[in-house]
Design a protein around this ligand. Structure first.
Ligand code: ZN
Length: 495
């Protein structure tokens, strides 16, 4: 009996993965050669409607594309609908309904370039024959203008699927209904603290086949979406092992994804997460692009039909597990006593008023036993390190140029890492550098505490400063990298 079951098991394992391999080969090819079709000149997240409108309009020169006005945002920006293909299967893809979630918009520009390049994507002929694609790129242009989630009324479009107060939400609903879309792609970015399951690796791409109701029922069309996601996840695993996740499947009655499923559309939510060192999300854009091509190919060829639902079920859920910096088992001093704690830093991005640039503002999120958490950077104190506040340079500088006169490296190594100047720009105050630059009226030396952003050293048992922490980032003072980061800050000030 045991022998028989074992044989059957081996047999089943041997037969399953034939078809999805096609999509995963295509995905890998798209990823590898992405540079060839990447839309140039858009390498940062804070682009605006005016940066992409001309690129969208230029598509109308190609008879394969239809470009029309879908409507206007609250502030009157034109939202375009882009169509391509003449097949019986209708696919609606909308991007950036949250203004500060731009990755899919860039991946879509790249996708259009790929669809126009037969040599690059020979599969396009089949896609064109079998699918009708309609894109609503940058559905929330007013939000993108100031790099915010909501539209100009302050409404989260993804909580407006039922009431349809916002013109942008009305556009999306109109297109779903008039197409009676077979498939819907709800394209987003998620925050940087998710891991795929409990792990120290970030959740780079997350999927969901949104549920149509609170009981998360699985009508056949939702199962199709699950199967497609399973195949995409398998393909991505080869590019980013253990960094593919499933978004929370809690039903949100006001969200578009959930309602799309309720209205009968096979719906795929894709979230671009984060990868360390990919601040402007250009590697994620590449992964996103490859995922979209593989998804459309899977729909056109119906390869998803053979993917078992279990593949989808086995994708780990996003876990809100990560932080930016985790200091483990370090001592803090209060009065005459020291206390053993873990400390977590997270940061927020503050966008400049013109919506173009940003700074990273770190703060302490939690203090205590933080053993359940992971982080982008973890420093293990093992109870041997003491937190020593950085000293403030007694002399007030006029500007960054004056810093050149100072023996900064020696000062930092001996415990002074805060300087004050008459004028300090936001970019200088929150620079990625091992030196805290403060204005005269700033709190130069913030204490360790919740919500604060202190500058301090980690001192070892021999009294040596091992690490310097500035704006929630750690610099290893035994290495050389911190010196070049310091030089970069000073050089910038001299421009
Ligand atoms: Zn979103």
């Amino acid at each position: 009996m045991i022998h028989w079951r074992l044989t059957l098991f081996i047999l089943v394992i041997g037969v399953t993965p034939s078809l999805p391999a096609q999509s995963s080969d295509l995905m890998r090819r798209m990823y590898r050669h992405h540079e060839e079709v990447k839309e140039a000149g858009l390498d940062e997240r804070r682009f605006k409607h005016s940066d992409i409108l001309a690129r969208i309009n230029a598509l109308s020169a190609d008879p394969a594309f239809g470009v029309s006005t879908a409507g206007h945002s609250v502030q009157g920006r034109e939202i375009r609908a882009v169509s391509w293909g003449s097949g019986p299967t209708t696919v609606l893809l909308w991007t950036q309904m949250h203004g500060d979630e731009p990755t899919a918009t860039l991946a879509t520009l790249d996708l259009w370039n790929a669809l126009q390049d037969e040599a690059f994507l020979p599969e396009a002929a089949k896609l064109k024959e079998r699918l009708t694609l309609v894109f609503l790129p940058l559905l929330n242009p007013d939000g993108a203008e100031v790099y915010e989630r909501q539209n100009a009324l302050g409404i989260d479009l993804n909580r407006d699927a039922l009431r349809l107060t916002s013109p942008e939400a009305q556009i999306l609903k109109h297109w779903r209904d008039s197409l009676d879309a077979d498939w819907g792609f709800n394209l987003h970015d998620q925050h940087r603290y998710y891991s795929a399951g409990i792990s120290n690796l970030t959740s780079a791409i997350a999927f969901l086949a949104p549920p149509p109701d609170v009981s998360r029922s699985k009508p056949p069309h939702r199962q199709d979406a699950m199967r497609l996601i399973g195949g995409l996840s398998n393909g991505l695993q080869k590019l980013i092992p253990d960094q593919v996740a499933k978004y929370s499947d809690t039903f949100e009655p006001r969200a578009f994804g959930d309602n799309f499923t309720k209205w009968g559309t096979r719906t795929i939510l894709i979230e671009a997460g984060w990868l360390p060192g990919d601040d402007e999300k250009q590697i994620l854009r590449r992964l996103y692009f490859a995922t979209l091509v593989a998804a459309l190919d899977g729909i056109a060829k119906k390869t998803y039909i053979d993917e078992p639902i279990s593949t989808y079920n086995d994708i780990p859920f996003n876990q809100n597990h990560l932080t930016d910096l985790l200091l483990k088992e370090v001592h803090i001093q209060a009065g005459r006593s020291t206390y053993l704690v873990d400390i977590i830093f997270k940061h927020k991005e503050e966008t400049s008023p013109d919506g173009r640039t940003w700074v990273r503002k770190a703060q302490i999120e939690e203090i205590g036993d933080l053993s359940p958490y992971g982080a982008y950077t973890i420093l293990e104190g093992e109870g041997k390190w003491l937190i020593v506040p950085a000293r403030t340079h007694p002399h007030v500088m006029i500007d960054m140029a004056e810093l050149r006169e100072e023996p900064l490296t020696d000062l930092i190594l001996s415990g002074t890492a805060i300087i004050r100047m008459g004028q300090v720009t936001l970019a200088e105050r929150y620079a990625d550098a091992p030196l805290a630059v403060r204005r005269l009226d700033d709190n130069a030396s913030e204490p360790i505490g919740l919500g604060s952003n202190p500058t301090f050293y980690l001192q070892d048992e021999k009294g040596n400063y091992r690490y310097l922490i500035v704006n929630g980032k750690a610099w290893d003072l035994r290495g050389e990298e911190w010196k070049s980061d310091l030089q970069r800050l000073i050089a910038k000030g001299l421009d």
